[in-house]
Design a protein around this ligand. Structure first.
Ligand code: PEP
Ligand code: MG
Length: 757
């Protein structure tokens, strides 16, 4: 058995080289190829399936019945071979028949072979065939063997293309690519957009995969690394990315990857196995992609995307195919398409023409999404079949509100979208007009409408929406976009900038809420164990009180930043009154220390707690006298009240914010703090939805902190509501709940002409 992937592949590639250079017929070449690979990997069977007329056809085999050649055919998605082609992913099975997709083909005589491994043969990111090996002995193939198989598959794709063995046009453009098509994805940034499809990276075609001269290839890749690092250094030092901002931190992470030794070593190893520089970079990228798919940690996966981004850059440099769509300039309104995108790459585009972004991957915490949100560009992610379904120049309609995109729309679809677009623009204009209008109800009560924020880039929304202040500043966002724990000076700078941007309006800073779904790779629990229920685990204030160094630093940063002003600070996930006291004490100690140092202090400090854990509601009489304000985090509160994980999409339909359970609970909370001088705000997503906000107004909640895009719609709602009327209706419904409270409330609103969409 070969000792390393590089040497296994090198042995095979050396022999393949002669076959490829020979003048024999394509079929004879393939027959030779399966022999060489089979022998090289010491495998009883080696077969090549190629895509012809939409089917995967057995083109050559060693070990299976020769009569099956050009007879056995599988549809893409059918059997193990079809599954590999469909998923563009390898399979490695000790017992092939145990796999649910196994499909038995008697003509091949494959029943005596148990183990099976197959890899896709990829051309321009589409599977044009499958290379597989089989063995009688039931065992999984070793990683080095799979690696070798993948390297060989790369070379095969070149051989196949040169020999015109597959109909590339047909393989690359399936029949589905002509008519209209809808794709659904994950809405990462809301909004509507239309434009033509522009691929961020025009596809790089790797012409040669097998190296003629190893040293020359090494030289090329070393030079490309130098050039790429130079580019990244230059980019990182450019002031336009916002000195001290989130972008700077993102670029620092980026830089770290650009200099990563492990990455360059793997590319050099791939060149050692006989590949050209381009093929080696692509090979390592494929492997990274595969690993990325297996990683569950969204934060780590985002960081891996940065690496992919750099890999593309390196490939462009080495192949001389330099331009991204950004460098060529956008000619018309465009929707950008990419597997993934680096934040710096997004910033290279002309903002006036860039209308939306579609990603095959992407997540809410991805750096690029953070930047796009700040730029106001809708983004849809997790569109796995995107690049298979869309061609450069196709017309696209992106609906970030509903999480879907229409490709090549027909006339009625265009008209429907235009109508939605016009309506949405009209609404936006109407909301913009409300910017300077104070939200008084019809009965004359002033409702406080605050906005939620977490980044410096969110702050301009305060002036744009006319919100009364920031009711929740999620300080952990800064921690999430950093490669390391943000130093105190960096924190102080951010908090000071935020306060300055807010002017006279208040900002409520929430101390870090990390843990749960917001995992920081540089901050792990002492025992290093993964938690089974992280949402109910070591998170938020629990982390802050145990790692009190973290809270001390944050307290100092906040106190210094708010010198000469009122500091509003609140603690997340308070469960017991003593936790609030302990956290407050950390701040008070820091205040005393700064005072002793004769440092300038905040004029006043207002301490608040978040009510997210139901247990706190049972001790409101104890805690309320110590609070200046209480902020109800309905996102977490509902998940705990209903025992339903907020991150689990399967449960999203299982409970309703408009259920008597949550509303009765909230009403009791209001009663619990009545008589105390405590402001109560709802700062979960619930408050930003109109029907839900109507219900909240009906149970006596007069302060909402919501996503900036909801400020206009909620102000509009408030102005139509009479609190006495909705209060009476809610009291009745909560006393004797109707079968469906949502419907009852909706009917009530409609009767009064209150739009609650
Ligand atoms: C909440 O839980 O409702 C909340 C506002 O906090 P987060 O969404 O950041 O957990
Ligand atoms: Mg929360």
């Amino acid at each position: 058995m070969p000792s390393s992937a590089a040497s296994a592949a090198r042995t095979i590639l050396t022999r393949l080289h002669d076959v490829m250079a020979s003048r024999s017929h394509a079929q004879a070449k393939l027959n030779n190829v399966v022999e060489i690979i089979g022998e090289g990997l010491d495998s009883e069977v080696c077969s090549i399936y190629l895509l012809r007329e939409g089917m995967l056809e057995l083109f050559a085999t060693r070990g299976l019945a020769q009569e099956a050649v050009h007879v056995t055919r599988m549809a893409v998605g059918e059997g193990l071979v079809g599954t590999i082609a469909q998923n563009i992913d390898m399979l490695n099975l000790a017992e092939a028949t145990a796999h649910p997709d196994f499909s038995y083909r008697p003509e091949t005589g494959e029943e005596k072979f148990h183990s099976f491994a197959g890899v896709p043969i990829v051309r321009r990111e589409r599977a044009v065939g499958v290379l597989c090996v089989q063995h009688a002995e039931p065992r999984r193939y070793e990683e080095v063997e799979i690696e070798a198989l993948q390297t060989v598959a790369m070379v095969l794709s070149e051989l196949i293309a040169n020999a015109d063995l597959v109909d590339e046009e047909q393989a690359l453009l399936g029949p589905a690519q002509t008519g209209p098509q809808h794709l659904t994805g994950l809405s990462l940034v809301k909004g509507l957009a239309s434009g033509v499809a522009v691929f961020h990276q025009p596809r790089i075609t790797i012409e040669h995969t097998m190296a003629e001269d190893r040293d020359a290839e090494l030289q090329r890749v070393y030079l490309a690394f130098d050039k790429m690092r130079e580019q990244i250094d230059r980019m990182a030092s450019q002031a336009e990315f916002g000195v001290g901002g989130e972008h700077e931190e993102v670029l620092q992470t980026y830089k770290m990857f650009a200099y990563d030794e492990g990455w360059s070593r793997r590319i050099i190893e791939a060149i050692d196995s006989g590949l050209t520089a381009e093929a080696a970079i692509e090979r390592v990228q494929q492997r990274t992609r595969m690993r990325m798919r297996q990683i569950d940690d969204p934060l780590l996966a985002d960081r891996m995307h940065d690496l992919e981004d750099l890999s593309n850059r390196l490939l462009r440099i080495v192949s001389g195919q330099m331009g991204t769509a950004a460098s060529m300039g956008l000619k018309q309104d465009a929707i950008l398409i990419a597997r993934n995108l680096g934040p710096a790459e997004l910033l290279e585009y002309d903002k006036r023409r860039l209308k939306g972004v579609l990603l095959e991957e992407g997540s809410l915490t991805a750096h690029v999404v953070i930047v796009a949100r700040a730029m106001g560009i809708p983004v849809l992610g997790r569109l796995r079949s995107l690049r298979g379904a869309v061609r450069e120049g196709d017309q696209l309609l992106l609906d970030g509100d509903q999480g879907k995109v229409t490709v090549r729309p027909n006339q009625p679809m265009l008209e429907a979208f235009d109508a939605r677009f016009a309506k949405s623009r009209e609404r936006q204009a109407a909301y913009a007009k409300l910017r300077d209008v104070e939200p008084f109800t019809r009965c004359g009560t002033r409702i406080t409408v605050l906005m939620n924020a977490g980044l410096r880039d969110d702050m301009p929304n305060l002036a744009l929406t006319g919100a009364d202040g920031v009711g929740l500043f999620r300080t952990e966002f800064q921690f999430l976009v950093s490669a390391t724990l943000p130093a105190r000076e960096r924190q102080t700078r951010l908090y000071r900038d935020v306060l300055e941007a807010a002017g006279d309006k208040p900002v409520v800073f929430r101390t870090v809420d990390i843990g749960g779904d917001k995992v920081l790779p540089y901050l792990r629990h002492n025992d290093g164990e993964d938690e089974e229920n992280p949402a109910m685990g070591w998170r938020a204030l629990r982390v802050a009180l145990e790692r009190d160094g973290l809270l001390k630093v944050q307290a100092r940063a906040l106190l210094e930043a708010a010198a000469g002003r009122t500091l509003n600070v609140m603690f997340p996930m308070v469960t017991e009154p003593w936790e609030f006291d302990a956290a407050r004490q950390v701040f008070e100690n820091q205040r005393a220390y700064l005072k002793a140092q004769k440092k300038k202090l905040p004029d006043a400090i207002r301490y608040g707690a978040m009510l997210e854990v139901p247990a706190l509601a049972e001790q409101l009489d104890v805690v309320a006298p110590r609070l200046s304000f209480l902020s109800i985090g309905t996102n977490d509160l509902t998940q705990f009240l209903f025992a339903a994980d907020r991150a689990n999409p399967k449960l999203a339909e299982r409970y309703d914010w408009l259920s008597p359970a949550i509303l009765r609970f909230l009403k009791r909370v209001m009663q619990g703090v009545a008589g105390h001088n405590v402001d109560v705000t709802v700062c979960g997503e619930m408050g930003g939805r109109r029907l839900e906000a109507l219900a909240l107004l009906g149970i006596g909640i007069h302060r909402l902190s919501i996503t900036p895009a909801s400020v206009g719609p909620i102000k509009e709602l408030v102005r139509k509501v009479d609190l006495g009327e909705i209060g009476k209706a809610m009291t009745g419904w909560l006393h004797a709940p109707p079968p469906n409270l949502r419907e009852a409330l909706l009917g009530w609103a409609q009767e009064r002409g209150i739009d609650c969409d």
